[in-house]
Every structure is written in structure tokens, then in C-alpha cells.
Write a protein that binds this ligand. Structure first.
Ligand code: NAD
Length: 475
């Protein structure tokens, strides 16, 4: 049993003022694996005060110094890879290959940030003025449970690269990963007050950070509903906000696509991170004339994506993170059936042979209309909807008929045509015949998938304010 009873404020592991305890579970067994003592508003206040005190020191650090912080952070996180890997499997249930990627990425994302910082022009001219990109102030970083470690390291690396001390509120469901990351970051020997980690409830610690007048910026990854609450709570103090929210991403399969080639990619895009991915391609748009053929390919390929124990190397889809998440996914499968969608694969209940654990059967519906609930709402589980389209224009219209706009996928033989289709989709990212990530490219959503961007230069600038100095340089 794990007992986590410390938070991290001002360079020290301290006992929270908060006294509430929260149970941690292994989602593959449903067993309790530990508990975490939660921070409260007073702890958030103490962390924010310490971050505010550290602001002049962090904001005035040179590029070289900031690069040295990031290098030490990367080394320290890499040193804890083995433990982090075990924690991701035990506490989150990610299958081995996914857990490996998540752990590598937690360190890689720091290196990517250093790459941006190395060449970033903090000072530039605009006419006669000098424009200086200035740290925005104390940053509040709020993360979800579906990739907790890399969200912490990525957001913190970017805040520090910009010269902003940070107060981090990780998901309370990811306390094992948070502890390991905190210990690693402590070892990185950053200046006192550079970062603080206050694990607590969203509506307590998250809300306190979001409303606090000494926090200038919120970088949040999580659900659209909470993102809207954060905008409202931050309005009084006009906080800068970056919101990375939900999605209902379309995968457009063009009529020239080779289904044998494309279908495994379609399933991978939909089932990534056990379906608990904001960027999952969950609306699969296929030409009506080839729908039956596509469904047959899905039936053939679905076996390559078994749900099972995270520790089994064959597993592609692990359990849902919590009972609540499992129930949510089951409810949506029921709604799909009630609304008249047809199952191609999967369905309600657990996969065969698994009597415990929050496992879901990899599920693909067909005969889905884009106005059905399962095509409109983010399910956040391995449940895909095949939607037939008439022609290219219809495909684009269906793809864009959503309140979201985080990611999209276009697959087809003629790459130029696929690019043309991609250009017509309202989405922060469109991946054409690939699932590869590009860390230099901005990441974020159109419409209700978010506000602002992370990664690359755009991500760094989200923690900076342009300041113009005029007159001094005038002729
Ligand atoms: P969530 O919105 O419930 O919680 C996210 C974080 O916000 C948690 O740390 C939570 O404690 C905190 N929080 C909750 N209420 C709060 C409040 N009132 N004020 C401040 N903070 C609060 O989301 P989740 O269930 O942890 O994660 C799943 C969601 O995250 C999905 O909707 C998914 O699409 C989204 N997500 C988006 C991205 C992206 O980059 N766009 C990435 C991963 C997950």
C-alpha cells in the first residue's frame, strides 16, 4: 500500500494543511493500492505566495540558466523512468507499449522545450520600438489523469523556459506518478520557489488557483466543462488561459483508400491510450459506396487490438482509469444501441475472460448518424462510430459539424487530394496518412476544444507578454 502524505512547497516536501484522504486504485484489479492526503485552499495559497516571492529571481534568469534548469530536469526525470513506468501501469493501467511511450515522453518533452528556448528571440524590433517578450507571472498548471507525468513536465518546462514560477495541481488520481516526478524535479535542484506541487481536488485546489489574484496565467488540460469554469473563475483577474480540452475527432477515409492498409491505422487512431485520448479519431467517416467493405475490414482487424491486462505485451487496450469512467463508457454504448446504431464489434460489458478490472470491449458502431449522441459527445473510451458520407463535400461537412476541433485524420491514396481535404477541416491539427506527433508544431483546439496553443514557439509565447519600449530608439 502506498501512502502519499506530502506536497511540495518552496523546495520542501511538507505535510498538507488539508486533511482529506483520497483512495488510489489499480484499474486492472479494482483493488485499493494506496491513499493520498489532499492539499486544500490554504496549501494552494502558501504555494502561490512562495511562487510570487520567487518571481523576480525566475523571471530575471538568463537563457543559459534556464537551459541548464531544463537539462537538469530532463536528466532527473530520465533517471526515474523505471519507477515511473511501474507507476503508470499500476495506477493508470496503460498497456506496456503505451506506458513506455508515456514515460519517455515525460523526459522528451523537456528536451523539446529546451530546443525552442535555445533559439527563441526574446527581443525584437517593431518599427522604432523594441519589443521584449516578458514572463507573464506566476503560472497555475492543472493536469488530467490520462498522461499526468508528461503534462506536468511539459507545462513546467515551458513555464520555466519563459521565466514563470509555477504552482502545479495534478490530477488526484495520478498521485503515484506525481510523487515520482516531484522527487525527480526536486533532485534537479531548481531555484527555490521555481515550482510547487499541490495535489488536491479540482473544485478545491484547482478552483483556488484559478481565482487567485496573484496567479497571472492558467495552463489547463482537461475536460471542456472544467475549461469553461476556469475561464469564468479567471475573468475577474483577467487571467491569461491556455486550455487544452476535449475532442470528437473525425477520421476521413477517402474513397481511393486501400482499406487493408488504412484500417489498422484508423483503429489505432481511435483506440490510442485505451481510447482515453483527447485526440482520438472517434468518428470514422467512410464513403457510403464502400461501407460494407470497410466494416468487413474492421471485423478482420479488430483482433489486433485486444483489451487485456496492462502487463500482457499483447494488450493494446488497457482498463478505463476508474469505475466512474467505466460506467460512463458503458452508458454511451447503451445509448448508441438505443439510438439505433449497429455493432460491428464489441458491445456492453467486459471482454471475455476478464471478470474484474475496468475493462471495456473494443467497440465499433456503424450506421451512426452525426446527430446521434455517440457522434457528438466525447466518450473517452474505446468506442468508435462509422458514419457514411456521399462525397468529399459531404465528408468535410460532417467532419466540421461538431462543437470540437482538436485533431483530425485524413487517409487516402492520393496524398495531394488528402491534403486538399485536410485544408478544409476546422481543427488545430490534421494528420494526413500518419499518426506521428510533431513536437515543434503548435497543439491545441479550434472551437470548444480549447484556447491557445502548447508546444513549440506558440507554446512558449503563451507564457510571455510582449512589452514595447518606445522612444529610446527613435531617430
Ligand atoms: P477534468 O476536467 O475533470 O480534470 C482535469 C483537471 O482539472 C484535474 O486535475 C481536476 O482535478 C481539475 N479540476 C476539476 N475541476 C476543477 C475546477 N473547478 N477548477 C480547476 N481545476 C479543476 O478532466 P479529466 O477527467 O481529468 O481528463 C479527461 C478530459 O481531459 C477529457 O475531456 C479529455 O478530452 C481532456 N484532455 C484533453 C487533452 C488536450 O490536450 N486537449 C489532453 C488530455 C485530456
Amino acid at each position: 500500500m502506498h501512502t502519499i502524505d506530502k506536497i511540495y512547497i518552496n523546495g520542501a516536501f511538507v505535510t498538507p494543511h488539508g486533511e482529506e484522504w483520497f483512495d488510489l486504485f489499480n484499474p486492472a484489479t479494482e483493488q485499493t493500492i494506496g491513499r493520498v492526503r489532499l492539499a486544500d485552499e490554504a496549501d494552494a495559497g502558501a504555494a502561490i505566495a512562495a511562487a510570487k516571492a520567487a518571481l523576480p529571481r525566475i523571471a530575471s534568469a538568463s537563457r543559459e540558466e534556464r537551459l541548464a534548469w531544463l537539462a537538469r530536469m530532463e536528466t532527473a526525470v530520465r533517471k526515474r523512468e523505471a519507477e515511473l513506468f511501474d507507476a503508470v501501469i499500476e495506477e493508470y493501467g496503460a498497456p506496456i507499449s503505451r506506458a513506455r511511450w508515456m514515460v519517455d515522453y515525460a523526459a522528451d518533452v523537456i528536451a523539446h522545450t529546451a530546443d525552442v528556448l535555445r533559439d527563441y528571440p526574446f527581443a525584437r524590433r517593431a518599427g522604432t520600438a523594441e519589443v521584449t517578450m516578458t514572463p507573464v507571472g506566476v503560472a497555475g498548471l492543472i493536469t488530467p489523469w490520462n498522461a499526468n507525468a508528461s503534462f506536468i513536465t511539459g507545462k513546467l518546462a515551458t513555464a520555466l523556459a519563459a521565466g514563470c514560477p509555477a504552482v502545479i495541481k495534478p490530477s488526484e488520481m495520478s498521485a503515484l506518478q506525481t510523487r515520482i516526478v516531484t522527487e525527480a524535479l526536486h533532485e534537479a535542484d531548481l531555484p527555490p520557489g521555481a515550482f510547487h506541487i499541490v495535489t488536491g481536488r479540482g473544485d478545491v485546489v484547482g478552483a483556488a488557483i484559478t481565482a487567485h489574484p496573484d496567479v497571472a496565467k492558467i495552463s489547463f488540460t482537461g475536460s471542456t466543462a472544467v475549461g469553461k469554469a476556469i475561464v469564468r473563475a479567471g475573468a475577474d483577474t483577467l487571467k491569461r488561459v491556455t486550455l487544452e480540452l476535449g475532442g470528437k475527432s473525425p477520421t476521413i477515409v477517402l474513397d481511393d483508400a486501400d482499406f487493408a492498409e488504412v484500417v489498422p491505422m484508423v483503429l489505432q487512431a481511435g483506440f490510442m491510450n485505451s481510447g482515453q485520448a483527447c485526440i482520438a479519431g472517434t468518428r470514422v467517416l467512410v464513403p457510403a459506396a464502400r461501407k460494407a467493405e470497410f466494416e468487413a475490414h474492421i471485423r478482420d482487424a479488430i483482433g489486433q487490438f485486444p483489451a487485456g491486462l496492462p502487463s500482457d505485451p499483447a494488450t493494446a487496450i488497457g482498463p478505463m482509469v476508474s469505475q466512474r469512467q467505466w460506467e460512463r463508457v458503458q452508458r454511451y454504448i447503451g445509448v448508441g444501441l438505443e439510438e439505433g446504431a449497429t455493432l460491428v464489434a464489441g458491445g456492453p460489458g467486459r471482454p471475455d475472460g476478464l471478470s474484474a478490472g475496468w475493462f471495456v470491449r473494443p467497440t465499433v458502431f456503424t450506421d451512426v448518424r452525426n446527430d446521434m449522441t455517440i457522434a457528438r459527445e466525447e466518450i473517452f473510451g474505446p468506442v468508435l462510430s462509422i458514419i457514411a458520407y456521399r462525397d468529399e463535400a459531404d465528408a468535410v461537412a460532417i467532419a466540421n459539424d461538431t462543437t470540437y476541433g482538436l485533431s483530425a485524420y485524413v487517409m487516402g491514396k492520393d496524398a495531394e487530394r488528402a491534403r486538399r481535404v485536410a485544408s478544409r477541416i476546422a481543427s488545430g491539427r490534421v494528420l494526413v496518412n500518419t499518426l506521428a506527433h510533431e513536437p515543434k508544431a503548435p497543439f491545441g483546439g479550434f472551437k470548444q476544444s480549447g484556447l491557445g496553443r502548447e508546444y513549440g514557439t506558440f507554446g512558449l509565447e503563451a507564457f510571455l507578454e510582449p512589452k514595447s519600449t518606445l522612444g529610446v530608439f527613435a531617430a
